[in-house]
Design a protein around this ligand. Structure first.
Ligand SMILES: Cc1cc2nc3c(=O)[nH]c(=O)nc-3n(C[C@H](O)[C@H](O)[C@H](O)COP(=O)(O)OP(=O)(O)OC[C@H]3O[C@@H](n4cnc5c(N)ncnc54)[C@H](O)[C@@H]3O)c2cc1C
Length: 294
């Protein structure tokens, strides 16, 4: 089913983001996590697209299996990296053949170690170029990325918001945000997007922190920030209890963040699962308890 339609249901939801394991030998374990997380009844499950574009076949195969073997509603990520019309068409036709109706259209990140993005083609330089191409040639529901704290390469907040408005004008049906740790930042972003005329659903992306070094690596390129008090607490528990302390604190913080987001009217939450079942199952218990209390 198309995510654009699923989002009209107006019931709080969880959706899940996975990444394709690098090594084929890890696939059985990966699908075991998918099987466990099916219990969460996610509204949809997204699968990332390798930064270099070289693992696109894995994304395609995983979303097809999610749909056909697990009955989940997949969202395939796709980027402009290495893109040309033929390659994109082959990927997008593959989605249609597998019965997958949703795609997240992205520009892609610069390769590791580089700070600016060099497009591989004249035609596909921005996320909006991909949105236009898909909208013009394929019958899919299209999502795009949004940045509550501004994309790191943007000239400024307003400039970035204008580019987001353009992506929606080109045909995007919904927005998933970059991770953030301060809900006021998300609600401010939504307010300003609405004022700029962006009407599509804006789904907040939440990362339950599980590893301090990995968090710092992500922050170095994604443009998100961590409130100073939370970072101090993470560093403290890391020093005293190691990564298990970080996981415990990260889980509690994510639960509070999700409760507060839903209480304040967010449509649902997109969880960056990092392919880990336990944390998401724990969040799910909290989420479904909240539903029962209401
Ligand atoms: C939810 C989510 C999922 C992601 N999944 C993946 C993934 O699977 N694989 C992956 O490689 N990366 C992924 N990323 C990362 C993403 O590729 C990067 O953040 C990338 O740097 C920007 O992608 P975009 O589609 O937002 O780009 P764009 O919308 O093209 O924006 C990129 C920059 O260009 C500017 N810009 C946009 N249009 C114009 C224009 N017309 N003129 C001038 N400037 C413009 C924007 O303001 C911004 O600064 C994901 C990000 C998010 C938030």
């Amino acid at each position: 089913m198309r995510i654009a339609e699923l989002l009209q249901r107006q019931e709080p939801f969880l959706s899940l983001e996975f990444f394709p394991p690098k090594d084929r030998a890890q696939w059985p374990g990966f699908f075991d996590v998918v099987r466990q997380l099916r219990e969460l009844a996610p509204l949809f499950c997204s699968v990332t697209y390798g930064a270099g574009g070289g693992t696109q076949h894995n994304t395609l195969e995983i979303v097809a299996r999610m749909k056909q073997e697990y009955g989940l509603e997949p969202l395939a990520h796709l980027t402009c990296v290495g893109a040309d019309r033929e390659r994109l068409s082959s990927f997008l036709s593959g989605l249609a053949q597998a019965g997958v109706e949703n795609v997240l259209a992205l520009r892609g990140d610069p390769p590791r170690g580089e700070t600016s993005f060099t497009p591989d083609s004249e035609e596909f330089q921005h996320g909006s170029d991909l949105v236009s191409f898909i909208r013009g040639n394929f019958d899919l529901s299209i999502g795009v990325a949004g940045y509550p704290e501004t994309h790191p390469e943007a000239q400024g907040f307003d400039d970035d918001l204008e580019h987001l408005r353009h992506k929606v004008a080109c045909g995007a049906d919904f927005i998933i945000t970059q991770l953030f740790f301060d809900n006021d930042v998300y609600f401010n972003f939504v307010d300003r997007a609405r004022t700029a005329g962006i009407k599509v659903p804006i789904v907040p992306g939440i990362l339950p922190v599980q590893n301090l070094a990995a968090l710092k690596r992500m922050l170095s390129f994604c443009g998100a920030s961590v409130p100073a008090g939370y970072m101090r607490d993470l560093e403290h528990v890391h020093e005293v209890y190691g990564e298990s302390g970080v996981r415990g604190l990260g889980l509690g913080y994510a639960k509070n963040q999700i409760r507060n987001l839903l209480d304040r009217g967010a449509p649902g939450v997109h969880l960056y699962t990092l392919n880990k079942a336990d944390t998401c199952l724990d969040i799910w218990k909290d989420f479904s308890r909240r539903d029962r209390v209401k």
